[in-house]
Write a protein that binds this ligand. Structure first.
Ligand code: ADP
Length: 404
């Protein structure tokens, strides 16, 4: 009897053990399945987060690069790939990828010291990241490098942002040139005036009325030149300010503008015996614009033609064609023309074909065509020039009727 009981207990214990084992196995399987599901979800979350991060970094306009402690590139956003077009970046040492050592300098210094470094680099066309593909001449970059994160293996990553500041750099350069040129242009007449004042006061010329009058009239011409330069610079700066108030748009008849200009230049035209013809297909052609600037544009162009050709018989033609979409306006002459080497520079501030200026021959400020170009651009138009010396020098303006 006791034997039977013992067998039964052992059997029960055995069954219990088996049941427990089965249950344990089942719950382990369940646990494993759960862990795998978590793993999968985590991986998916991670890759989604990575994709999202890359999308965000790709949306950055600036090049963004992550470099590891061994100076190898680990990540480059699409702006960076675009910047170093044609070169594989990932896995590549920085020195190799950046070509010009000046670009890599800030980054290497940051890697070296572990401190943020910012630097501004100006490169010539040849040494730019784009190399021969760069078409903007000198280009400028701000390199901003800073330690980014420590990886699980204890290595430090560094992030670099490379910002293209070429446009700002060029604008700065234009401003610097403008100030330098303006000072130079103003210094010449000032020095002349100064010289005459010295003659008058220190050399006693003031006692000789005829001489003094002659000196004063020369000084007057040079002061007028200074005021003209200052006046022109103010006009340019107003037009370049981009302020809506700089131009006052109202409809007016272009022909009436031409009449004003011809009236103002009447005595020069007569004295030079120039022949001015006006070809307007439509005398009533209207334009939406600032009448003050359009008069100045036409005045500068016609005056230039007369000024550059002070001989009898010069032919000047002012013409206009207007369509529902645009207005074409031109001023042409058959004078000495503009050499082809000078044509691309002719609208630059203070640019003149004949560089030497004697004090007796004060022709212009070199700002006339700059004003013309900026005034036309402020109206949404464009101006081009073609010149066959002795045959035809033509300034052609195209102005859309609808301003953007
Ligand atoms: P400026 O005040 O010297 O006239 P502009 O900017 O008006 O300055 O013109 C720049 C230069 O372009 C002039 O110095 C002149 O050499 C040249 N130029 C302009 N218009 C003509 C033209 N119709 N014929 C020949 N040369 C011209």
């Amino acid at each position: 009897m006791t034997e039977k009981i013992a067998i039964a207990v052992t059997l029960a214990a055995f069954i219990f053990l088996i049941l427990r084992l089965v249950r344990q196995k089942r719950s382990r399987k369940k646990y494993e399945a759960e862990v795998n599901a978590w793993k999968l979800r985590l991986e998916m979350d991670l890759s989604q987060a990575k994709e999202e991060r890359n999308r965000l970094l790709d949306a950055l306009g600036d090049a963004f690069i992550i470099v590891d402690s061994k100076e190898n590139i680990r990540f480059a956003n699409s702006a960076a790939q675009e910047l170093f077009r044609g070169r594989a970046l990932i896995g590549r040492p920085v020195r190799e990828a950046f070509l010009d050592p000046r670009l890599a300098d800030a980054l290497l210094k940051c890697l070296d010291t572990g401190k943020p470094v910012q630097s501004r680099v100006v490169l010539s066309q040849q040494t730019s990241p784009l190399g021969a593909m760069e078409n903007r001449g000198q280009n400028a970059w701000i390199i901003d490098a800073a330690p980014h994160s420590d990886t699980p293996d204890g290595n430090r990553n560094t992030r670099v942002v490379i910002r293209d500041v070429t446009a700002e750099h060029q604008l700065d350069q234009i401003r610097r040139d403008f100030v330098a040129n303006a000072s130079h242009e103003l210094r010449t007449p000032l020095a002349i005036i100064n010289g005459y004042i010295e003659n008058l006061l220190e050399d006693g010329m003031v006692e000789e009325p005829d001489m003094a009058r002659r000196f004063l009239s020369i000084m007057q011409r040079h002061t007028e030149r200074i005021s003209r330069i200052v006046e022109d610079m103010l006009v340019i700066s107003r037009l370049e300010s981009g302020e809506a108030s700089a131009i006052n748009i109202e409809p007016f008849k272009l022909r009436s503008c031409v009449n004003d200009v011809l009236e103002r230049l009447e005595s020069v035209i007569r004295n030079q015996e120039a022949i001015v013809s006006v070809d307007f297909l439509n005398d009533q052609a209207m334009i939406q614009g600032d009448r003050f600037y359009w008069t100045q544009v036409l005045f500068n162009l016609v005056e230039n033609a007369l000024k550059q050709n002070p001989h009898a018989g010069l032919k000047v033609n002012i013409g206009c064609e207007d369509t529902p979409d645009l207005i074409r306006l031109w001023v042409s002459d058959n004078g000495i023309g503009i050499p082809s080497v000078d044509l691309p520079h002719i609208f630059r501030r203070f640019y003149r074909v004949e560089k030497h200026h004697s004090q007796l021959e004060i022709k212009g400020t070199g700002l006339g065509l700059s004003i013309v170009k900026r005034a036309i651009e402020a109206h949404g138009g464009t101006i081009t020039v073609t010149s066959v010396p002795g045959r035809e020098t033509k300034f052609l303006m195209t102005i859309p009727r609808e301003r953007e």
